[in-house]
Design a protein around this ligand. Structure first.
Ligand SMILES: [Zn+2]
Ligand SMILES: [Zn+2]
Length: 384
């Protein structure tokens, strides 16, 4: 009895820890379906299915024969076969849908957040969504291990960013802001295989989903995100940046771009920086990844100092391919920028990952290299 009294508080303590741990693990199931915004503000939409299908509006089900219909969308309503129905409307079929000529797995939802704002949403299983991501975010002809690494990080990224477009009624958009999604039209055998072979696998850090940022080519060293964007987070150790020799022979390793002074000035003014005639542009300071910390612009009205990533995005992220700027020269009325790498340089370097795969590394070794101290784990989807 004495022993029981003595150890009872400890038993209660252990019981409570186990109880909360179980509740926590249970809460870590993830939604199996994702809503992807594929189009916005459409006045008209062509939709087709070669099987019988139906749509739901206002909790009522309306059946349609196989074939193509045109839908007119106006004022939170949709006109289908000359009848008006209240939005949101969800189309359901046992087969794929064709929306404006593009194939999509899953359901199609038309919703309106206001009188003039509507969204066309593709609701589908996460694993099917990834099949429409891989060929757009990677290259279908790349080796299988590299594609598998991409499947794992794209899945992790999508799960981590669920609900990013909640206000618009969907989880993620289909553009580069989230991940580029091409629907079932862009699927390939190799990419689908990479998704299936990594079924439900994600990158975990301390048992949480990691922030699996990725980019095209790092130019020799990946970057700490705190030098790129203000994300008000202490950089976790797996994102601090690593030296990368694997991408050194890729076709985008070095770049040169020539921009007229007037173009740079106009672009800076457009995003709110009052800039006079530009006399000199120079890079100032270096990050641990050897990128420029700041860009200093001497102009007729003064001097402007900008974070190099802000400068790159303001002027042209397509032309100034990275912040690893190695030289800035002036010629006539132009500025000539030279640099290395392509993209924000944070997280996995896709060209380096390709070389690693070609050399025989497995996808888990690739992920371990670019996100040190993380591990690959399998998640559960909630059965709803
Ligand atoms: Zn987005
Ligand atoms: Zn690299």
């Amino acid at each position: 009895m004495k022993i029981l009294k003595r150890y009872l508080p400890a038993f209660i303590y252990v019981f409570l820890i186990c109880f909360f741990a179980c509740t926590y693990l249970y809460a870590k199931e993830y939604k199996e379906y994702i809503k992807v915004g594929i189009l916005s503000n459409q006045k008209s939409l062509n939709l087709a299915s070669d099987k019988k299908y139906y749509f739901i509006s206002n909790n009522k089900k309306y059946r349609l024969s196989p074939g193509k219909i045109n839908i007119k969308i106006k004022n939170k309503e949709a006109v289908i076969l000359n009848k008006s129905y209240k939005l949101p409307i969800e189309f359901v079929s046992s087969k794929c849908f064709l929306v404006n000529g593009k194939i999509y797995r899953g359901n199609i939802i038309i919703t309106a957040s206001s009188k003039d704002n509507n969204s066309i949403i593709n609701k589908l299983k996460m694993e099917d969504y990834l099949k429409g991501i891989l060929p757009r975010e990677s290259s279908a002809s790349w080796n299988q291990e590299t594609l598998k690494a991409q499947a794992v990080i794209s899945r992790t990224y999508a799960l981590k960013n669920m609900g990013r477009h909640e206000k618009q009624g969907f989880d993620v958009c289909s553009q580069v802001h989230c991940q580029v999604y091409g629907g079932a039209s862009c699927e390939t055998k190799n990419c689908n295989k990479a998704v299936c072979e990594t079924d439900r696998e994600v990158v975990l850090y301390n048992d949480e989903l990691a922030q699996t940022f990725f980019h095209s080519s790092c130019g020799g060293h990946t970057e700490d995100p705190n030098f790129v964007w203000k994300w008000n987070t202490k950089t976790p150790e797996y994102l601090k940046g690593i030296k990368d020799d694997y991408c050194k022979d890729n076709p985008h390793q070095t770049w040169t771009t020539t921009l007229p002074e007037t173009t740079i000035r106009e672009k800076l003014i457009k995003v709110g920086y009052k800039t006079g005639k530009i006399q000199k542009i120079s890079a100032s300071g270096t990050t641990p990844a050897k990128a420029a910390k700041e860009i200093v612009i001497k102009h007729s009205k003064g001097t402007l100092k900008l974070n190099s990533y802000v400068f790159r995005c303001a002027v042209s992220a397509d032309k100034i391919k990275s912040t690893l700027i190695t030289s800035i020269k002036t010629k006539n009325k132009n500025f000539i920028f030279e640099g290395k790498g392509w993209g924000h340089k944070v997280g996995l370097c896709q060209w380096g990952s390709k070389t690693m795969g070609d050399k025989g590394f497995t996808y888990k070794q690739i992920l371990e290299f670019y996100y040190p101290k993380t591990k690959v784990g399998k998640i559960k989807y909630a059965n709803k």
